[in-house]
Structure formats: C-alpha cells, structure tokens
Design a protein around this ligand. Sequence first.
Ligand code: SF4
Ligand code: SF4
Length: 59
Amino acid sequence: MPHIDIDPEKCGYCGGCVIVCHDDAIDLLEVTLTISDACTLCNACIVFCPVGALEMADD
Ligand code: SF4
Ligand code: SF4
C-alpha cells in the first residue's frame, strides 16, 4: 500500500513537514515523526523536506 517513508538518519526534526501537511497527517514528538492514515499522498512534505528524509514507498 502506498505510504510515506521517513528516513530517521536524514530527518533533522525541523517540523517543517508538519506545517506543510494540509491534512494534519504528520506528528512530531521530540525525535519521533509519524504519519497517520489521514495522509492523502499529496507529496507536499516530500517536496518540502530540505534534507530528503521523506519518500513515497509502496509495500
Ligand atoms: S521536513 Fe524533513 S527534516 Fe524536517 S521534520 Fe520533516 S522529514 Fe524531518
Ligand atoms: S504526502 Fe501530503 S498528506 Fe501525506 S503526510 Fe505528506 S503532506 Fe501530508
């Protein structure tokens, strides 16, 4: 099933993707980033992330 993958090695937990997401699907708690079922795969967070920590995956 398509979803957004987070690379914890790259993510700097800047919180930018949380703000960019129009569906309020991303939560940031200290150094844990989670993406919920509210995600509509709009791609905005992937485009925004300055360090390329997010990508579309299908498994
Ligand atoms: S925008 Fe990128 S670096 Fe910032 S919290 Fe999101 S995934 Fe991490
Ligand atoms: S792909 Fe779009 S809806 Fe899904 S988490 Fe990223 S910004 Fe939010």
